[in-house]
Design a protein around this ligand. Structure first.
Ligand SMILES: Cc1ncc(COP(=O)(O)O)c(C=O)c1O
Length: 424
């Protein structure tokens, strides 16, 4: 067995060459961006590439209304505005997510009620049920890292309790639960189209909506004038706000959407390729008991990332930081510990909104219950990208070799790793 690179052995990978490049910029993408620039740089209504992409996206999910926006965050905000969320209302939210799933709630004065995750990292349906009260207006879930939540149980709970169900699908473009696409279970769903996302335009967002009234309020929130006039029926009681909307502008950029639309056409092929690579990676790692792979029963994940759990009690004294450092020394620099996506229950925006949003909040928010599972999932998470193109197989195979090299050392020569000093 070769010595680990961290102990002076050869590196497995050349980290400047064997990278994860996303999105892949092709000549076709350049041409699409230029022709969109020549056609239109600003679209005021539902026409051109906006109409084309919204129709395609809505049909793919079997949802009646679609609305593009300038970010995933604004799309999430429009779900809450869509139901007219008010101060004093409660929204059940995941404690383990990217904070933008929840931060738009803070502009409504409503209280986010955080729920711990289960061992999959996704919001625990039992916790949702436990935390619903008469003040609960909605539940929002995030399909973390592209693995769908248990949508059958969650949608049954929401129907039973009479609360809205929203999905943050920003990690989960094209994923499905029990053969049904995520984003088609609830009353509305949002996707980020930001640069790292599976379908991306650089920046952007899109929401799908089941109900006409939510759609109208979402239009009014961020798409004033022409689009509101075009889509809100003239006899609707809110039509008189069509010119000004509610005062904000969330309109998307046409070049971003032209790029995202082109990307979306390849989504199913990418997921199929990612699944094949994930199968190979997980098959090669299943002999290491200290790495727990995600479970995808009854689900097709989108593989925004492959997020494993590093179980320290089975790692012969090696810590997650030492493991990560040894992988990086091998050149596997795409493997990391997720940073800004983690437990949100201690973030100041959610605990002390009264300091910065005093017009809406007059006192700190106290969260109840424990978030132990979210903390543990976060602390033990090791993530790596999943490549989407068949011609990237050599990189994937090199990653498999590098992972196996370090994992073998954890099993057979743990002293070669657990003596490494780490700063964290
Ligand atoms: C789960 C999740 N929700 C929401 C967002 C926000 O999307 P955007 O950056 O497009 O506003 C992100 C972005 O990373 C995300 O990962």
């Amino acid at each position: 067995m070769n010595a680990l690179a961290i102990n002076g052995g050869p590196m497995t990978i050349n980290p400047t060459e064997d990278r994860y490049i996303w999105p892949r910029i092709t000549q076709e993408m350049r041409d699409i961006a230029i022709s969109q620039m020549e056609e239109s740089l600003s679209i005021y209504d539902r026409s051109g590439i906006f109409k084309e992409f919204e129709e395609k996206f809505a049909n793919y999910h079997g949802m009646p209304y679609a609305l593009l926006s300038n970010s995933g965050t604004s799309a999430i905000s429009s779900m809450f505005e869509g139901i007219g969320l008010c101060p004093g209302d409660e929204v059940i939210c995941p404690a383990y997510t990217f904070f933008a799933t929840v931060s738009p709630v803070m502009h409504t004065g409503a209280i986010p009620v955080l729920c711990d995750c289960d061992e999959s990292g996704n919001i625990d349906p039992l916790e949702i049920e436990r935390k619903i009260t008469t003040r609960t207006k909605a539940v929002i879930v995030t399909h973390m890292w592209g693995i769908p939540c248990d949508m059958r149980t969650i949608s049954n709970i929401c129907k039973d309790k009479g609360v809205y169900l929203f999905e943050d699908c920003s990690h989960a473009h094209g994923a499905s639960f029990a053969e049904q696409k995520v984003g088609s279970f609830g009353d509305a769903s949002a996707w980020s189209l930001q640069g790292q996302k599976i379908v991306t335009g650089g920046e952007g967002g899109i929401m799908l909506i089941r109900n006409r009234d939510i759609h109208i309020r979402a239009l009014l929130q961020g798409h004033y004038n022409r689009r509101c006039k075009q889509e809100i029926p003239k006899d609707h009681e809110l039509y008189r706000y069509a010119l000004t909307g509610l005062g904000l502008k969330f309109r998307a950029h046409p070049i971003a959407i032209a790029i995202a639309s082109h990307q979306f056409n390849q989504l199913d092929d990418w997921i199929a390729q990612k699944q094949q690579f994930v199968d190979e990676i997980t098959a090669s790692l299943k002999r290491y008991p200290f790495l727990k792979m995600p479970s995808c029963e009854n689900r097709q994940a989108s593989w925004y990332a492959l997020t494993m759990q590093f179980l320290p009690e089975l790692a012969n004294g090696v810590t997650i930081n030492q493991f990560e450092k040894a992988l990086h020394a091998e050149g596997l620099i795409e493997v990391d510990h997720p940073g800004s996506t983690g437990p949100i229950h201690n973030l100041a925006l959610f605990t002390n909104p009264e300091r910065v949003l005093s017009r809406l909040y007059h006192k700190p928010i106290k969260q109840h219950g424990s978030f132990d599972q979210a903390i543990a999932f976060y602390e033990q998470a090791i993530k790596m990208p999943v490549w989407a193109f068949a011609d990237e197989r050599p990189i994937v195979e090199a990653y498999i070799r590098g992972l196996a090299k370090v994992c073998d050392a954890v099993m057979q020569r743990p002293d070669s790793i657990n003596s490494i000093s780490v700063r964290k």
